[in-house]
Ligand binder design. Structure first.
Ligand code: PRX
Length: 635
């Protein structure tokens, strides 16, 4: 990444046009921010009243057992009540909910009415297979419409879903099945990516072999190649959906505000992934408000969040929030540059996309192909652009703004996490922008950059980014592991009661926030979150590797790439062939996104006297930088 990436460019401002301001639902950020901070509970209650509830809450916020906060206590709802049920009673019944395009050119448009029916049918199928409120269902699929259908059907019957991103492989999937104890899994035969089939069902078979908790598998036919179907365990989706049991009417389960909606596993500092738990009530209020205000989403918009539904961005801003707002969304199955680097721009033109939301890595990747590719298409429908997942370097920001947005579309740089459920630091369209800064916190959110003692850092000084108060879409816990929830997020600043984000950041003199990156053992590769420990345990599961250490090294396109250092067991020696074998092993065990760019065989690793690997030293060495303070180094 360019060196200028994180330096606040205080003089470079971009202000919204009159059109953007006229259109914007929130015109005065400062006024709304102040109003929210004066009375957080009244502010969120007002937002919650825009949604449907079976029964309204008795209390907006219960902080009596902090940090186990509760929101909209006593309220009865279901996110599907707001995402689907209420729309089919209005004119939106015939509005398109999703416009889907397969990588191979297949197309499906689905109205709210059709989507509601498909979800009802599948909810009935799940119920008929014995899935009850509270049962966890694992979903491992490509980017097809049956993915949101499956998620919504689970939510409708009150069964928390655990979606595992299709870029993970056997062991990663097996670990997540095991932790969630899912007896039912929904998948597809394969997914199209860069013209090839990703054999998802094959991965599922192996993962179930390793975690034999699953006793029912529902398989969507997408690619149509021959696959193994185990009798008595595996069922075709289309066959189940044509049974009489799959009626188009289904009761929406009445859920408590605080009942679990989903578990989403994310990488932390140990090898074991953390099951981040979100609930029905607060999450629906927060995600819909943030989407409506930050992206000024209106009925006439064509919203395209180009993330994968398998990550939090897709959960919140492809599936739940856009549907709650009654929006029309685009979903595209495949790679941005397949078959040519203008695939995305063709989609923008063809469907008249008005808002595009993607990640810096995708922008940098497409930027490499030059201006001629977007130049072939009419991108004038675009009104707003968005980015998420990692810091955007100003060069990519300017390219996005100028080449894609024709200097008229504000770039909404949204900082948030799986844990936060929705945007935390983000511009609203009327806020002045500085390339590379996510600007200021969303109304109702208080954040700061602090030192290790909790003192607020001066402008320009680097420190820990903390969130200084509860918000409705905050994670409720780490699934089955309250202690880890406390240790990870709430112990560092327990005196103050602040949430530790794990990111380091700076504030500038205008109060704008500049995210620097993770300051724990979490790596961002192409915007995807991975734990060093996950990759390391993948490496040591190979018979040749005794010990390993993994670090992130800056990369122009991917943000960062993985370098792995391995100590081999006696009897093995390092070679190019072994390095390739280890890469293949990681691809198979953890997934393609975790494959190291480089593997180096070393006789030992830099460790502290207490035996902790000093990744900082490896990182400095890899980049040819000074190693800093190495007084605690063992040798
Ligand atoms: O380091 C921050 C980075 O992504 C982390 C959260 O990753 P994940 O839970 O996978 O969620 C990604 C999508 C919300 C954060 O701790 N991050 C996310 N958005 C930004 C960002 N860094 C800088 N700027 C952003 N806009």
């Amino acid at each position: 990444m360019a060196d200028d990436a994180f330096v606040p460019a205080a003089t470079e401002w971009y202000h919204p046009s009159k059109d953007i301001v006229r259109h914007a639902v929130i015109k005065d950020y400062d006024a709304v921010y102040q109003e929210a901070m004066q009375d957080i509970e009244a502010f969120w209650a007002k937002r919650a009243k825009t949604l449907d509830w079976f029964r309204r809450w008795d209390k907006v916020l219960d902080a009596s057992n902090a940090p186990f906060y509760k929101w909209f206590v006593g309220g009865k709802t279901n996110i599907v009540l707001n995402a689907l049920d209420r729309h089919v009673k209005t004119w939106r019944r015939n509005k398109l909910a999703f416009i889907w395009e397969g990588e191979n050119g297949d197309k499906v448009s689905m109205s709210y009415w059709r989507l509601w029916q498909e979800v009802n049918k599948f909810a009935n199928v799940l119920r008929s297979m014995g899935v009850k409120k509270g049962d966890r269902v694992t979903i491992y699929m490509g980017r097809i419409l049956e993915l949101p259908i499956a998620m919504l059907a689970c939510a409708k019957i009150g069964a928390p879903h655990s979606v595992v991103y299709g870029g993970f492989s056997e062991q990663a999937l097996a670990d997540r099945i095991e932790d969630a104890q899912s007896r039912l899994l929904i998948t597809c035969d394969g997914a199209w990516l860069r013209g090839k089939i990703v054999p998802l069902k094959q991965v599922v078979d192996e993962a179930i072999h390793r975690s034999p908790v699953v006793d029912r598998v529902i398989v969507v036919k997408r690619t149509g190649q021959d696959i193994n179907m185990e009798q008595g365990r595996d069922y075709w989706y289309h066959e189940l959906m044509s049974l009489p049991i799959a009626s188009t009417k289904a009761e929406t389960e009445v859920m408590d505000s605080e009942d679990p909606l989903f578990i989403l596993y994310t990488s932390g500092t140990t090898g074991k992934p953390k099951g981040i738990l979100h609930t029905h009530g607060g999450y629906q209020v927060y995600t819909s408000t943030t989407l409506q205000w930050a992206f000024d989403l209106k009925d006439e918009d064509r919203w395209w969040c180009a993330a994968d539904p398998g990550w939090i961005t897709g959960h919140s801003y492809i599936v739940y929030a856009p549907l709650i707002l009654g929006a029309t969304s685009i979903i595209y199955e495949g790679a941005p540059n397949f078959p040519y680097p203008d695939r995305w721009w063709r989609i923008v033109e063809e469907y008249g996309v008005t808002i595009l939301y993607t990640a810096p890595t995708a922008i940098r990747g497409l930027m490499r192909f030059g201006e001629a590719w977007p130049g072939r298409h009419d991108l004038s429908s675009l009104r707003l652009l968005g980015t998420v997942g990692e810091p955007i370097n100003p060069e990519a920001w300017r390219w996005y703004h100028h080449v894609i947005g024709k200097d008229k579309c504000p770039v909404i740089d949204t900082w948030w996490q799986t844990e936060t459920g929705g945007f935390m630091i983000t511009p609203l369209p009327t806020v002045g922008l500085k390339p590379g800064s996510a600007t200021r916190p969303f109304p109702g959110i208080k954040v700061d950059v602090v030192d290790d003692d909790g003192n607020s850092c001066a402008a320009g000084e680097e420190g820990n980014l903390v969130i200084q108060g509860p918000w409705p879409a905050m994670l409720r816990t780490v699934y089955k592991d309250d202690q880890r929830f406390l240790n990870q997020y709430w112990t560092r600043y327990s005196k103050q009661g602040w949430y530790l984000t794990g990111d380091s950041a700076r504030k500038d003199a205008d109060g704008y926030f500049w995210i620097i990156g993770r300051n724990d053992d979490v790596i961002k590769v192409s915007g995807y979150r991975l734990g060093t420990a996950e990759v390391e345990s993948g490496l040591v599961s190979h018979p040749a590797v005794a010990e390993s250490a993994v670090i992130a090294v800056p990369d122009e396109v991917k943000g960062s790439v993985i370098y792995a250092y391995c100590i081999l067991r006696a009897g093995f020696s390092g070679s190019l062939a072994l390095s390739d074998e280890l890469k293949a092993h990681i691809r198979h065990e953890v997934g393609p996104i975790a494959v190291p760019e480089k593997i180096e065989f070393v006789p030992n690793l830099p460790k502290t006297r207490s035996g902790k690997i000093m990744r900082r030293v490896l990182k400095a060495r890899a980049q040819g930088l000074p190693e800093g303070d190495i007084s605690t180094l063992e040798e």
